[in-house]
Structures are given as C-alpha cells and as structure tokens.
Design a binder for this molecule. Structure first.
Ligand code: HEC
Length: 280
C-alpha cells in the first residue's frame, strides 16, 4: 500500500467536536471539568476520538445530492467506464467491480477520504499525467455511492467533508476484515516459542500509514482504556529493533490484520511503546 503524507492520517479535534466527545466518553460528565479528573476525562475522550469520527455522519444518512451523482456519472463515463464498465461491474483491462461486497470490504469502516485518494491519485492507472480534477473525483465517488444503493441527501459531498463521512455497510459498522491495515493499542506480552502477543488490546482501527506514531498519537494511545482483544504478533523479526525492551509496556502496533478461528493476528510493520506500564 502506498504511503501517505502523515497529515492525512491525523484527525484534528475541533472545539465543538471535543465537547461532543466529552459528552459521550463513558463516566465523563461536563461538570467533571471542574474537578481533578478532568485530564483523565479529556484523555478518555481523545482516545475515543481516534475511532469515533467527530461528525457522526455516515453514508446511510445521505452524503451527496442527486445532481452531484449525475455529474459524477458523466465524469465516470468519460474516465472510468472503459475499464470498470458502464454499470460499474468491472471486467475490462482487469478492472474490478465497484459494486460488490468484495469492493466494500476494501473500504468500509473508514471515512471516505481513503476511497477518494484511491480514485484521485491512483486512477485512472498510468500516473500523474492521467489525473482528473479533484472535484470530478469527489463527484465520481458519489456516483459510486449511488450505484451501491446509498441514499442521496440535501448537501453535496465536498473535499472538506470527505473525512467526516464514514463508509459503513447497510447494517452498520462492523469489525475490520482480514488484510486491513490497522492500528491497535495493548500490552506487549511474551507468547509461546519466543513469540509476542498484544493482550488487553483495543478494537483495531484502519490506519493509512505504516510508520511509527506521532507524539499526539502516543498521548492518545497512552490514555486508551485496556480492551478485551488478544492478537498474536507476527513478523516482529523484521522490525528495525528487537521489541524485548518494551515487554510489559503499553504499545501501539500497526500492521495487517489476519482474522483466524484459532487466534487473530497482526503482521506487524511498526511497534511504538506509548507507556512503560500497562495500566491506564
Ligand atoms: C485502464 C483501466 C482503468 C481505468 C480507466 C480506471 N481504472 Fe480503476 N482500476 C483498474 C484496475 C486494473 C484496478 C485494480 C488494480 C488497482 O487497484 O490498481 C482498479 C481499481 C480501482 C479501485 C479499487 C477497487 C477495489 O476493489 O478496491 C477503484 C475504487 C477504482 N479503480 C476506481 C476507478 C475510477 C473512479 C476510475 C475513473 C476515474 C477508474 N478506476 C479508472 C483499472 C482502471
């Protein structure tokens, strides 16, 4: 997967969004602001902000207009249909369908920015000389949403709103599928045969970068409450340093998620210690 500039990987916290999150952080009431627990409260809120988008909007609520999707369909016919077909079911020049559940598995439970990047920076194939204007890419994305039976609404999707709209399946958010590039926080624990395990781990979230963590991400991960998940960590021998000194630490790992009946795994590409102990 192509690396993206870190700025795309961060979520910013606006004043309005923050108070919204404070309201939803478990056990966190606004009046706590006056108390010493405020910091814990704030950090719990920030930790939630990593997985819960600030704007609650999803594609189920109408994230584009009919007019925009019609524009998008016209731009799609010009730039995409020769490979992905008029009905978006793919089939020419090895182009895949854009309307199957397999397609959705690649992009669901993330905001629309990731799919937009795919369209605007990697399609049509052939590099920068083939790029189409960003506004056309946003319109085309809405035509794809419409072809996938997501409803139109009253406001157009814009470059700015892309990252505030969550792409989820028709029956709501679901745990991420195998092969998703994810980030998860948990305790680095020794497993059998010199292996490593992430215990008390959070539900993994999609990540756009394979790099280590920024100071902001470290602060958020350090404050995250222990979760209930366990992941076997594989591929740790390819990291640039031995994880052994971080044993018993709270760590943030990124890597490819592999779901298996016996044990879920993360094939690790980066591992960052975020706190020396495992209690929040
Ligand atoms: C020359 C043929 C061709 C054209 C034109 C083309 N694509 Fe693609 N597209 C492909 C191929 C091949 C792949 C699969 C390999 C890859 O992802 O690069 C793909 C992959 C994709 C994916 C990812 C699919 C998935 O399952 O995750 C999306 C989304 C996409 N294309 C959208 C578009 C859009 C929108 C346009 C028009 C702006 C477009 N493509 C133009 C050939 C094409």
């Amino acid at each position: 997967m192509e690396k993206r500039h870190p700025k795309h990987a961060r979520k910013t916290v606006s004043g309005a969004g923050l108070s919204l999150i404070l309201a939803v952080a478990p056990g966190c009431k606004i009046r706590d602001q006056m108390r010493r627990e405020f910091n814990t409260c704030l950090f719990t809120a920030l930790a939630l902000a990593v997985s819960v988008p600030l704007s609650a909007k999803t594609v189920l609520e109408g994230a584009y207009t009919e007019l925009q999707a019609a524009r998008g369909q016209a731009a799609y016919s010009d730039h995409c249909a020769r490979c992905h077909a008029d009905n978006m079911n793919g089939g020419f020049n090895r182009a895949p369908s854009l309307i199957t559940s397999e397609f959705m598995e690649h992009w669901r439970d993330d905001n629309l920015e990731a799919l937009f990047i795919q369209i605007s920076q990697r399609m049509p194939p052939g590099g920068a000389r083939n790029r189409i204007p960003e506004s056309d890419s946003v319109d085309i994305l809405t035509a794809i949403l419409q072809a996938n039976d997501y409803p139109a609404g009253k406001e157009e999707l814009t470059l700015e709103s892309l990252k505030n709209v969550q792409l989820i399946g028709k029956d709501g958010p679901k745990p991420l599928p195998t092969n998703a590039l994810v980030a998860a926080t948990g305790c680095l624990s020794a497993g059998p045969n010199d292996s490593w395990t992430l215990t008390s781990a959070s539900e993994p979230v999609r990540t756009k970068t394979a790099d280590g963590a920024s100071p902001e991400e470290i602060a958020v991960a350090a404050a995250q409450r222990p979760g209930t998940q366990v992941f076997r960590l594989t591929n740790t021998d390819t990291l640039d340093r031995d994880p052994a000194p971080d044993k018993g630490h709270k760590v943030l790992v990124r890597g490819a998620l592999v779901r298996q009946a016996a044990a879920n795994r993360i094939s690790v590409v980066s591992l960052t210690s975020v706190a020396p102990g495992c209690t929040p």
